[in-house]
Ligand binder design. Structure first.
Ligand code: ADP
Ligand code: ZN
Length: 746
């Protein structure tokens, strides 16, 4: 029983602090448990990250106030993973731990099965009145009242407001909340903890006899079932990868072990979940962001208490508190969505999967039809074992692919825009046979921009340096980055040339109109962010398409993967240049992946399929390789280019972005850091390259100017040690400049 413990807090602090544990709390003060402990003037939630036998000498130690949890929320192997995250991704240990627990779990203490909830005693207008009268000086009270007002107005006001949640949102201490209670504004009550229940059942599915290829892959993995080993499973969509995963997991369960399966959020459809539930029944826990707080909370506890032994989830599922891990699977390992965005740490769940397997001595399998060059390289140098599934399991159908040169179409049939002559006749054939088609266009809205015909300047968002898109349905201009909207009131004039700006290009809405005009008899469904904002709408569109309520499914990248429709015999990539032209060294790789995925949609059933890829640069080798299925050719050429410029996978990128409302301040902060890094880099061994301070892309976003520095290094850990850690104070947010360090950006 520890007398002293080290506690890490959720803020981005450099260190953790040592506290004395009062006698009565010693039994529960274990590593991984959360505590309330004094930090500065208030009590804050922190994580016990170490049990210390002795007190550090010469300092007056403070005492732990109370324990938040009854059990350790962070298990020992996860604590090791958190330490790795904080070191590799350059963040505080408490900050790393924060993302290990889902918010609904963090917000509910496990104490006694009871939880503190806040009940509002005043009516909406009374609250509002109080808020208006509250002076700015009492900012904590104001924050609290604002949060209460929001809660009172929220549509989900039936779900209880948790004390912890309120305190986190209002950033204030318990005393301020208690003060409001004394005033009669709220009441704090203890309520029963949510109960656990088993997940819903699915129809059982029986394992098929494995093919030769599958069997070889499974056997190779199982040879290493009790040690760390990484595998790259390369196989086209439909080649039976999921079946391989299912067999490996089955073996792990037989040995009384557990499994984690990561799938991209976008592929986490009921179909996917059912496949695992059908095989492993109530041992499966599914985690995804569309679940309610209560569901996520229940699933997490089912895992923590050992009821669920197979976790299927999006990226944060890598932090699942399973014990006796037997294998980790990452499906579609090349997917960018494994990278955390929005809030630090910016981890990549694919890479953490490998690390977790290493820490827990079990195999990890990364699967993809189009593996990332990072993983391919790891296979080439022998770090990963390559497993191949060469053919589709039920490959009855042939896929014919065609690359259409859009330049020809502009001359021949401009009125049809992105519906080329080939695509038009293929659609007509497909519809005539009562079959279905999927068309992909990664651009929502009606037109993506308004452009000056003289100087090509575009109408931009007032808060971002990106063009505004025109949405015809609601007659609005929208910024797809920050969400700014304005009524569409043409004409808009170019300030330099004094001519009217013209709508240019095609978004999904405009193509939908075109298709209606060309095929008035057929039904068309559109799936993009505008049609899927409501909960469940995503599933509804897919369900309707599966039951042939409509003939053509038109959508953005949402539809590019994971969908399995047997009646789809035609797919089209309407404009492959959109991803090819992004200013990013991975644009070729992304385009190859995208085209390959989309092409894999057609001909999944017994019927022959056709896919059409359209581009203004059909000579691009990436496209040629993708339509002809020449993965080796693509990898060879792309690897050569990466190697020539020392880009990943031959180096690691560390990107440091400085943002500020004042461009000059952001630039100056970046320039100062750049100079310091240049000096420090002289003592650095291994490969090192650093750019000058350059504009980020986009250079202006959310009303902030953004300047960046790129480093390319051979070892991230070494770079952290020699370069970044020594100048950490200069990489912190200040009141006017925000700094973001992104390791291995995607
Ligand atoms: P992937 O994950 O590579 O896309 P799947 O594992 O989903 O491939 O397999 C594609 C289809 O083939 C699925 O319908 C699956 O049930 C079926 N399948 C996979 N392996 C076999 C097998 N050995 N025998 C019969 N059917 C199989
Ligand atoms: Zn904007």
């Amino acid at each position: 029983m520890p007398k002293y413990v080290s506690v890490a807090f959720e803020a981005n602090l450099d260190t953790h602090y040592t506290y004395r544990v009062p006698e009565n709390l010693r039994e529960g003060a274990l590593m991984g448990t959360r505590v309330m402990a004094p930090l500065g003037k208030s009590q804050r939630i922190g994580y016990i990250v170490r049990e210390d036998p002795d007190a550090p000498k010469g300092i007056e130690l403070k005492e732990i106030g109370s324990l938040v949890d009854k059990v350790a929320m962070i298990t020992p192997p996860l604590m090791k993973l958190a330490i790795f995250v904080s070191e590799y991704y350059f963040c505080g240990l408490g900050q790393a731990l924060r993302c290990f627990l889902p918010a609904p779990v963090r917000h509910r203490a496990t104490d006694l099965g009871l939880v503190h909830v806040v009940k509002i005693k005043l009516s909406g207008p009374e609250l509002e009145d109080l808020y208006k009268k509250c002076s700015e000086r009492f900012w904590k009270k104001r924050n609290l009242l604002r949060c209460l007002l929001l809660k009172a107005a929220a549509p989900d006001q039936k779900t209880p407001l948790l004390l912890q949640e309120l305190r986190e949102r209002a950033e204030c201490d318990l005393a301020s909340v208690r003060a409001l209670e004394k005033q009669g504004v709220i009441e704090i009550a203890l309520e029963k903890h949510w109960s656990l229940r088993d997940d819903e059942a699915a129809l059982p599915n029986v394992p098929p006899e494995l093919t030769e290829d599958q069997k070889r892959a499974v056997d190779l993995v199982l040879e290493k079932k009790n040690e760390f080993a990484a595998f790259l499973l390369h196989g086209v969509t439909g080649s039976g990868k999921t079946e391989v995963y299912l067999h490996i997991i089955e073996e792990a369960l037989k040995a009384n072990k557990t499994a984690i399966v990561l799938v991209p959020e976008i592929a986490l459809t009921p179909q996917t979940a059912d496949r695992f539930r059908g095989r492993f029944g109530s041992k499966v826990a599914v985690l995804h962001s569309a679940q309610s707080d209560k569901e996520r909370h229940n699933q997490w506890w089912r895992i923590r208490e050992g009821h669920a032994r197979v976790v299927v989830g999006a990226r944060s599922a890598i932090f699942s508190p399973v014990s006796d891990l037997g294998c980790v699977i990452v499906d579609e390992e090349h997917e960018g969505s494994y990278k955390q965005n929005g809030e630090a740490p910016y981890y990549n769940a694919r890479d953490l999967a490998v690390m977790r397997a290493k820490l827990e001595n079990c195999p990890v399998v990364l699967g993809s039809a189009t593996p990332s060059l990072e993983s391919v390289r790891n296979a080439q140098i022998g770090k990963y074992t390559l497993l191949n599934l060469k053919k589709r399991v039920c490959a009855s159908a042939d896929i014919e692919t065609e690359l259409v040169d859009l330049n020809q179409e502009v001359l021949a049939a401009p009125q049809f825009g992105l519906v080329s002559r080939s695509l038009k006749s293929a659609l007509a054939n497909c519809l005539e046979r009562r079959e279905q088609a999927i068309l992909f266009l990664n651009r929502r809205g009606y037109v993506p921009r308004l452009i000056c015909p003289e100087c090509y300047e575009t109408l931009k968002c007032p808060s971002c340096s990106v063009p505004l898109a025109y949405h015809k349905r609601d007659n609005q201009l929208k910024c797809h980055l920050c969400g700014y909207t304005a009524e569409y009131l043409p004409p808009y004039k170019c300030p330099d040339c004094d001519v009217n700006l013209k709508p240019a290009g095609y978004g999904t809405q405009r193509v939908e109109n075109l298709l209606h005009a060309l095929f008035p008899e057929s039904k068309i469904g559109r799936m993009d962010r505008d049609t899927t904002s409501k909960r469940g709408s995503h599933e509804k569109i897919l369900g309707d398409f599966a039951s042939h309520e409509f003939d053509i499914l038109l959508g953005t990248q949402m539809i590019a993967k994971g969908l399995d429709f047997h009646n789809v015999t035609l797919v089209g990539v309407l404009n492959a240049d959109i991803s090819l032209n992004t200013p990013d060294f991975r644009s070729g790789e992304r385009t190859f992946q995208l085209v390959t995925q989309v092409v894999g949609r057609s001909g999944r059933g017994a019927k022959a399929g056709k896919s059409i890829v359209q581009s203004y640069t059909p000579e691009a080798s990436v496209l040629r390789c993708a339509v002809s299925g020449d993965w080796e050719g693509f990898v060879k050429k792309e690897m050569e280019e990466r190697k020539e410029f020392n880009y990943p996978p031959f180096s690691h990128i560390i990107e440091i972005v400085f943002r500020s409302k004042e461009g000059k301040k952001a630039y100056e902060a970046a320039a100062k850091v750049q100079k310091k890094l240049a000096a420090l880099s002289e003592g650095m061994t291994g490969y090192f390259y650093m750019t000058e301070v350059e504009e980020a892309y986009p250079a202006f976003a959310f009303n902030e100017y953004r300047w960046q520095i790129h480093l390319r290094v051979s070892s991230v850990m070494r770079a952290m040690e020699t370069l970044l850690r020594p100048i950490k104070p200069f990489l912190k947010n200040t009141s006017s400049v925000k700094c973001q360090v992104d390791v291995d950006p995607v």
